[in-house]
Design a protein around this ligand. Structure first.
Ligand code: GLN
Length: 489
């Protein structure tokens, strides 16, 4: 094993170290908790640190290992995006609305990971209700990028990304509705996996746009993503949209010999909006795949330019419906001193939601209203179908699609907050995979002015194994994913 500081190791390396008794879960957990205490004030990556519970879980993990019933994840410290419900622990979703909400149950993926023996270090900061591309809409303030504290880490899973990139935890969960795992992964130099829609349960994951939301991972490597997804994926009777297909053995599959893949490159992804150096890094990584024996060919995604406008109709429409449950009556923020029920609702929601969430609710309610439904929502659904068909056609000829994850590297905090359209355009390359329900990843592929940039890989439905394997083989031949920000080495 490489000689690296404990917090620079991959989950796979940590798992081996735990199995070889080179380290205990307790030591590992104390190390990460120490780093969180020392370093998180600058980053603001955590909303809640669950130190006491983490140490108890670590002790239990060490006992389980001694007893011979450990899994590969037993004793591995991770963090959960604060969108996942966690029993007895505040689950805020980055919102004032849920600042006082303590969940009475675990999200299914949290429960599965807990059963495998992971140690939860805490809950990570995020854009409010996962709405954002920069992690600046959180009620708890912006998260900072460990590569440059004046810059955003990307959103909405920015707290998870900053925490892993700075070595405050070994890996973290995230959610991706329009790019919220891949985009922060790209901007912080991590590997982000958004599986096929329905591959991992959404039960207990606070809903934003239900036809798009999917749980995934932020890790240092593709092998780590395989390790976590192995446990997270699978059918859940509590989520009617979860897929019943058996979960393949990703961990073994990624180690199998490289097969000659055909990789499609949508040339319209390399448009004027893409930073030239970012584009060069992506092209150079395609050369790496070519050297590995892949065939690179161009593909047409004719309607993909519609993905941002389509998404910003569909996602707000679903959000406006999902967020109607926050009325102050049963849980969450509750306005004081209202004279009647209507005023109570209005004040609760005016106080509880931030500006971006209100913008989405207004947009969503508008596009669903009588008279506009046909013009906007129905049109968007039709265009969504065209985008999905483009991908399907492309996958008749290629095994994977590759391109940039983001138009630019991390931008300065505050730069785009005044211009929602400019902010929404950050998602231009990531949204297509969500609209079509496809699995997609971002892996580190270079640096632009000292800031990491990502390569996006998209696969057909349920081809997570192929996706992870391609990413893993790329990482066996490159070391972009092993770079860490100097201040957090
Ligand atoms: N940036 C997109 C949005 O603001 C996507 C967010 C996400 O994937 N959760 O909606």
């Amino acid at each position: 094993m490489l000689k690296r500081a404990m917090h620079e190791k991959t989950l796979t390396e940590l798992s081996d170290a735990l199995a070889a008794k080179q380290i205990s879960a307790r030591e590992l957990t104390e190390h990460y908790l120490g780093r969180i205490e020392q370093l998180d004030a600058d980053l603001n990556a955590f909303v809640t640190v669950t130190a006491e519970q983490a140490l108890a879980q670590a002790n239990a993990a060490d006992e389980r290992r001694a007893g011979g019933t450990a899994t590969a994840l037993t004793g591995i410290p991770i963090a959960h995006k604060d969108i996942f419900c966690t029993t007895g622990i505040k689950t805020s979703c980055g919102s004032r609305m849920l600042d006082n909400f303590v969940s009475p149950y675990n999200a299914s993926i949290v429960a599965k990971l807990e059963d495998a023996g992971v140690v939860m270090l805490g809950k990570t900061n995020m854009d409010e209700f996962a709405m954002g591309s920069s992690n600046e809409t959180s009620f708890y303030g912006p998260v900072r990028n460990p590569w440059d504290l004046e810059r955003v880490p990307g959103g909405s899973s920015g707290g998870s990304a900053a925490a892993v990139a700075a070595g405050l935890c070994g890996g973290a969960t995230g959610t991706d509705t329009g790019g919220s795992i891949r985009q922060p992964a790209a901007l912080t130099g991590l590997t982000g996996l958004k599986p096929t829609y329905g591959r991992a349960s959404r039960y207990g994951m606070i809903a934003f746009a239900s036809s798009l939301d999917q749980a995934g991972t932020l890790t240092r490597s593709a092998a780590d993503a395989a390790l976590l997804m192995q446990t997270m994926a699978g059918f859940d009777a509590n989520d009617s949209t979860s897929l019943a297909d058996p979960v393949p053995d990703y961990v073994t599959e990624i180690e199998s010999p490289w097969e000659k893949l055909r990789i499609g490159v949508p040339e319209n992804f390399f448009d004027d909006g893409l930073d030239a150096e970012n584009a060069a890094a992506v092209r150079a990584s395609l050369d790496v795949f070519e050297k590995l024996g892949a065939t690179i060919k161009s593909v047409q995604l004719e309607h993909v330019h519609l993905s941002v406008p389509v998404y910003y109709v569909v996602a707000p429409a679903e959000a406006s419906s999902n967020l109607s449950r926050y009325d102050g009556v049963r849980f969450g923020h509750r306005a004081e001193g209202a004279d009647d029920l209507i005023e109570f609702y209005m004040r609760t929601r005016a106080e509880g939601f931030g500006a971006e969430v209100k913008r989405r609710i207004l947009t969503g309610t508008y596009v669903l209203s009588a008279g506009y439904y046909d013009a906007y929502y129905l049109q968007a659904q039709k265009a969504r179908q065209l985008i999905a068909e483009d991908f399907k056609r492309a996958f008749a000829d290629v095994d994977l699609i590759a391109g940039p994850t983001t138009p630019t590297p991390a931008f300065p905090i505050g730069q785009k907050v005044g211009d929602p359209i400019e902010m929404y355009l950050n998602d231009i390359y990531t949204i297509g995979a969500n609209l079509a329900g496809l699995p997609a990843m971002s892996i580190p592929c270079g640096f632009v002015s000292g800031l990491p940039v990502g390569l996006q890989l998209i696969a057909p439905h349920l081809a997570e194994g192929r996706l992870l394997k391609a990413a893993h083989h790329f990482q066996l031949h490159t070391d972009w994913h092993r770079q860490v920000p100097e201040a957090y080495a």
